[in-house]
Design a protein around this ligand. Structure first.
Ligand SMILES: C[S@@+](CC[C@H](N)C(=O)[O-])C[C@H]1O[C@@H](n2cnc3c(N)ncnc32)[C@H](O)[C@@H]1O
Length: 641
């Protein structure tokens, strides 16, 4: 059986179980071994399915099935695909009957493809490829998310170069609507090139699918832009590493989207003295990570540990002694990933069409022989989550029943919990994000709650308060504003925990993949020293960092002792001895910062206090702190930075 017959039979199996990949590589129940290379069958099946809405028109309008009686509808699509779109053409000997049957209609098929392209308003085949790759034909409309890499470029620079000529619209809904060379407004006008700047994640842009093949741009090839789903940007942004956090661990790093995002965040906040320690267990994937880190220009601040199992790291080793924040994004079921388990529908040409054939064509098509020809089986229904799991490392597991799915999720959840527990044992860590691209509560809220329960008894520390979830109100602004939160039932009715958890859902109009993230935090107990961030502390003591010289808790509030005295970073000293003079500390009069959600001072979008040119904090309402001091006339209100 040829490659084409095997692929046709695979694509037309009635009621298939599992995704296309699993049916080729790991069929359940087992089928006869394939004669053609599985990778070749997969590529042909996937690509032809993707193009099949267009190829269906080409085959129908060219009358191919009526002119070549030995072709079946699936064979016609597969062979036409390779003839018109594959680099090497039809993979059969030149004299093979099927190849000859299709090649003799090359000109006619080519002309029909050009017509189909023009009908879609595309000026070139490349443009049409962009539309098809963007999932417009048959797939779910999903924007192309592009993160501008602050280590290499800026949003303004990219707007002037890569996105020159793009229309800037106000939200992602408009971006998603702009894909309509087939439907709606853009019909017949070619794909509109539309972008919007994301309101939640800095430096993130959503572009209309099919507007451009960004992988071919100089910006992508030089690491100035990175293609990364919006939801996948949540963990590094939510982790929000601060100067006092010292080094940051990325526990499960490859391919490196979040590692490079962390690096960009540290760089933008001028925290290059902090290092990222990136672990990746899989050696092959670690190579991709190394490449990505280099291309993104993050190699200066990232130490990659290729082939290293995070579970085997010693949190008490010298290398880890400065680690104050960890990002944990372990392997998961991948159930939230867009386009992973969705094989595009395989569209088949109609047998008895007269389209484009005129009267003669219809008459010719009505012959007895034609009527006898077997009807093509209907296209396979898409696989369901209950039949296949494609994890985010690309591993597929066919699960034949709900019970098997449960067992698989259970196994993943225990592995995820073990990694999370390990992260929570780092002696100087005060922030840990846990994320998955899974939609299952079993891998998300349940793991988080189990880790919190475990941490209460297993990680007691004299230096730190117990681990807790960073509440929504204390999250960095974009994350606080993001409306999709954790599942309240999965959080056992705990509204606060559900609000602290962040979810993203596929297909809800916000243009993201399915995702989950939560941040664990704990505070340094007053009087104790966090030794994790010596570099950050040094800067803080000299007054050189951006959140002042005092120890702050995970929510940015100044930590005070029982008498209300702020603790100085690094030294564990009190900021001032009440019996002594104010000296080098700044004394603030007026309301206590804890009276308000984020204190009395103006803060920027990242929660940092805004200061005037002289370095004085600007009070809400526009006055500087020293002006307030004079006006307040000496009423004691504690210290502020
Ligand atoms: C979800 S992917 C990480 C994606 C990555 N954070 C990104 O944004 O590009 C999970 C990765 O964790 C790796 N991994 C799994 N178990 C690990 C372990 N025990 N230690 C280190 N890496 C591990 C897998 O090989 C896989 O590359």
């Amino acid at each position: 059986m040829s490659l084409y017959h095997e692929t046709a039979s695979l694509l037309t199996t009635p009621s298939p179980t599992g995704s296309l990949k699993s049916r080729i590589y790991n069929p359940n129940p087992p089928t006869k071994p394939l004669k053609s290379p599985p990778a070749q069958i997969y590529a042909l099946a996937f690509e032809s399915s993707k193009w099949s809405p267009i190829l269906k028109e080409v085959v129908e309008h060219s009358q191919l099935l009526h002119l070549e009686r030995k072709l079946t509808p699936p064979l016609a699509i597969l062979l036409t695909h390779d003839l018109l779109l594959a680099k090497k053409g039809i993979a059969l000997p030149a004299s093979h009957g099927l190849r000859v049957a299709v090649e003799r209609h090359r000109a006619r098929l080519q002309a029909e493809l050009s017509r189909a392209r023009v009908r879609r308003g595309c000026a070139s085949l490349e443009e049409l490829r962009g539309v098809v790759d963007g999932g417009v034909d048959g797939g779910e409309v999903h924007p192309r998310w592009i993160r501008v890499n602050g280590l290499k470029s800026s949003v303004n620079e990219q707007l002037d170069t890569t996105f020159r000529g793009f229309e800037v619209v106000k939200d992602v809904g408009e971006v998603m609507k702009a894909v309509s060379p087939f439907t709606g407004k853009g019909k017949g006008q070619g794909p509109r090139r539309v972008i919007c700047l994301d309101p939640h994640i800095p430096n993130l842009i959503a572009a209309s699918p099919g507007s451009m093949d960004f992988t071919k741009t100089a910006a992508y090839q030089t690491g100035a832009i990175i293609l990364q789903d919006k939801a996948s940007c949540f963990p590094a942004y939510l982790l929000d590493p601060r100067p006092g956090d010292g080094d940051v661990v990325d526990a499960c790093s490859a391919p490196g989207n979040k590692t490079t995002h962390l690096a960009a965040i540290l760089h933008e906040r001028r925290r290059d003295q902090q290092k990222i320690l990136a672990f990746e267990k899989d050696k092959r994937r670690a190579q991709t990570l190394v490449k990505m880190v280099r291309t993104a220009g993050s190699d200066g601040i990232t130490v990659v540990h290729p082939g290293a199992d995070f579970l085997k790291t010693d949190p008490f080793s010298a290398e880890m002694s400065r680690v104050g924040a960890l990002l944990l994004d372990p392997s998961c079921s991948g159930s939230g990933i867009v386009g992973r388990d969705d094989t595009p529908e395989f569209h088949l040409p109609e047998m008895a069409t007269s389209t484009g054939g005129g009267k003669n064509g219809s008459e010719r098509n009505s012959g007895k022989k034609n009527l006898k020809r077997k009807r093509a089986p209907s296209p396979p229904p898409p696989p369901t989550a209950a039949t296949v799991l494609v994890d985010d490392d690309g591993t597929e597991t066919v699960v034949a029943s709900e019970k098997a799915l449960e067992a698989r999720l259970e196994a993943l959840a225990s592995f995820q919990l073990a990694l999370l527990q390990h992260a929570l044992t780092f002696p100087h860590a005060t922030r840990v994000t846990y994320s998955t691209c899974s939609i299952h509560a079993r891998e998300n809220e349940h793991v988080v709650l189990a880790a919190l329960r475990w941490a209460k008894t297993q990680t007691p520390s004299l230096n730190y308060s117990p681990w807790r979830l960073l509440p929504r109100s204390a999250q960095i602004r974009g994350m606080r504003d993001w409306p999709v939160r954790g599942d309240i039932d999965a959080c056992e009715g705990d509204e606060e925990a559900a609000q602290a958890c962040i979810r993203a859902q596929r297909g809800d109009g916000r243009g993201t993949m399915g995702f989950f993230v939560a941040c664990f935090v704990r505070d340094l107990v007053p009087g104790h020293t966090n030794t994790s961030g010596s570099s950050g502390d040094a800067a803080a003591i000299q007054g050189g960092d951006d959140d002042g010289p005092y120890v702050r808790d995970a929510e940015g509030r100044i930590v005070r002792d029982e008498q209300g005295i702020p603790m100085l970073k690094g030294s564990g000293r009190k900021a001032v001895d009440l019996g002594a003079v104010e000296g080098d500390v700044e004394v603030r009069f007026g309301g206590d910062e804890e009276d308000e959600e984020d204190g009395p001072f103006e803060r920027d979008s990242e929660g940092r206090i805004v200061r005037g040119e002289d370095g004085m904090p600007v009070l809400k309402g526009g006055r500087k702190d020293d002006e307030e001091d004079e006006e307040a006339g000496g009423e004691w209100g504690g210290f502020e930075d």
